[in-house]
Every structure is written in C-alpha cells, then in structure tokens.
Design a protein. Structure first.
Length: 181
C-alpha cells in the first residue's frame, strides 16, 4: 500500500510556523485533500506518480501573523502560488515580480492561507529556513522525526474519526490505491 507524505519543504515550513506561534489554532489546517479535492486536480492530493507527495498546505489564520507568513512564502523560489482572502499570488517563470490577483474560487480562503509548491524535486526537498530570523537548524534525522510526527497528527485527525471527512478521505484513498495495483 502506498503512503502519501507531505513534501519535506512544507513539513519544515509547518514546523517553523508551529514554533513561531505555538498556541495557534489549527482547525482550518490541512495537507491531504478531502474527497472533493480528490475529485479534481489539487496539490492537496498525493501525486502517486511522484511517490505520493502532497505539495500544498493550508494554515489556519487564527493565532498567527498572516502578513508575516505571506512575507515568508511569497517570492520563495520553492513556492508556486499562495491564496489568501480572495487573492492569489503566483510565481512567474519570466522573472516578473509576483503579483496579487483576484481569486474567484468557491472557497474564498479567508480562514486559511493556502501554499502550493512547484512540481520539482528541489521545491519538494529543499528545507532551507522559511522565516529569515528563525535560526533553529535541524538535522536530517530531526526533520524525519518531525515529518513522522506531522503525519501521525494528520492520521489522527483524518483517519480515526468514525464519520465525516476522515471516512470520506479513507474511502477515496482506498479507491485510488485500488486503481494503482
Ligand atoms: Zn488549500
């Protein structure tokens, strides 16, 4: 059975965010796509062709400084696009500066910030510090341990619930995995 995993760069980002705002609210957090995501292309869905990597996270706006987070991720070379409060900022390949543009998706993203990374191995594995003044280096081993902790946290939230999203995701993943073999 294939396992999905959150891109190491995003595990690093999430770890830095948690350290910066230890009491933040995580209710609108997320990494893995729910059933409605799974029905359409989304960076929240595991990319099984690339080993099951998930290339997006949602970060709850409560208990963090949203502007500080935006400053850390917008223009980072790993990031493909960021959505916040009905606006989207995307990386451009032609060297143009990032621009915020109106975002008209069904979810206005006013409760969480969505961050998608590029579909490259570098964007996935580069764990360079996201916040400039956050100088807490971690080793590969520590990062793996954090990643495991992150995954277990998500597993608890998404898998254990007897009804609702957890069950829907599990069923969707079962279908995806069945189609893999
Ligand atoms: Zn999202």
């Amino acid at each position: 059975m294939a396992d999905w995993y959150l891109a190491a760069s995003l595990v690093a980002l999430r770890t830095e965010i948690n350290r910066r705002w230890p009491d933040r609210d995580k209710a609108s957090d997320g990494a893995l796509g729910d059933a409605s995501h799974a029905a359409r292309p989304s960076d929240h869905n595991p990319d099984w062709d690339a080993g099951g990597v998930v290339r997006a996270i949602d970060v709850d706006k409560d208990g963090i400084d949203v502007q500080e987070l935006l400053d850390a991720v917008v223009r980072d070379p790993r990031v493909a696009y960021v959505i916040w409060n009905r606006r989207i900022a995307s990386a451009t390949d032609d060297g143009q500066p990032w621009d915020w543009e109106p975002y008209n998706g069904t979810n206005p993203h006013d409760k969480h910030v969505h961050i998608s990374i590029k579909h490259t191995k570098a964007a996935e594995t580069d764990t360079t510090r996201w916040f400039e003044e956050d100088d807490m280096p971690y080793t590969e081993t520590q990062l793996r341990a954090m990643m495991q902790a992150e995954i277990e946290e998500y597993m608890k939230r998404f898998w254990v619930e007897p009804t609702g999203t957890g069950t829907a995701i599990r069923a969707q993943l079962d279908r995806i995995e069945a189609n893999q073999s």
